[in-house]
Design a protein around this ligand. Sequence first.
Ligand code: IMP
Length: 200
Amino acid sequence: MKIYLATGNKGKVEELIPLVKKYIPLVSEVVAQAPKDADEVEETFLGNARIKSYALLKEILDSNPVFPFYVLSDDSGLEVETLEKKPGVHSARYAGDHVSAEAHIEKLLTEMQGKTDRSCRYVCALNLLRVYSRIDVKEFSSEGYCEGEILLEAKGSGGFGYDPIFWVPSLQKRMSEATLAEKNSLSHRQRAFENFSFEF
Ligand code: IMP
């Protein structure tokens, strides 16, 4: 069965593909397709994940698809305790739209200056649509978390987004220094898949 991933984020796609294959064994083909018309206006991760999956579903249905198929969206971000859970749902545009991950990190490190509580967590909301026909669409949702600490400076080239400043206590390394397999063994994304209960 074909699954459409509602994202254009290469880092997410790289992590999602092995997780999809592991947790949704019926999947035989993965297509990453960012929805064109999906304004993430909700204040919850799940709310924004649903916006993305339904926007992509509409595009797919407009293109006369082969049934059945799945649509999966991931809305995720970083919550920093001492910043009242910022950047949260705004993680991808914290320092502005269309700026680099380094710019978001720099803004966060500036806001964290002098803060002693460095605790944070990654959050991932998944929204899966199982589409058997135009009128048979079933929805499943899940959330997962990964606890960590914000470091004082960025380092490492693995992962994406805030990984260069995200310390993972159980690995004793930064997320940007973890292998894909290590990250996928404990990430917020992996935990959201683990918490999923859906019918094929
Ligand atoms: P979304 O595409 O609207 O869900 O935004 C997700 C944003 O949250 C990304 O652009 C990153 O800034 C951040 N983020 C989510 N997951 C991760 C992760 O696994 N590592 C680092 N940053 C992440």
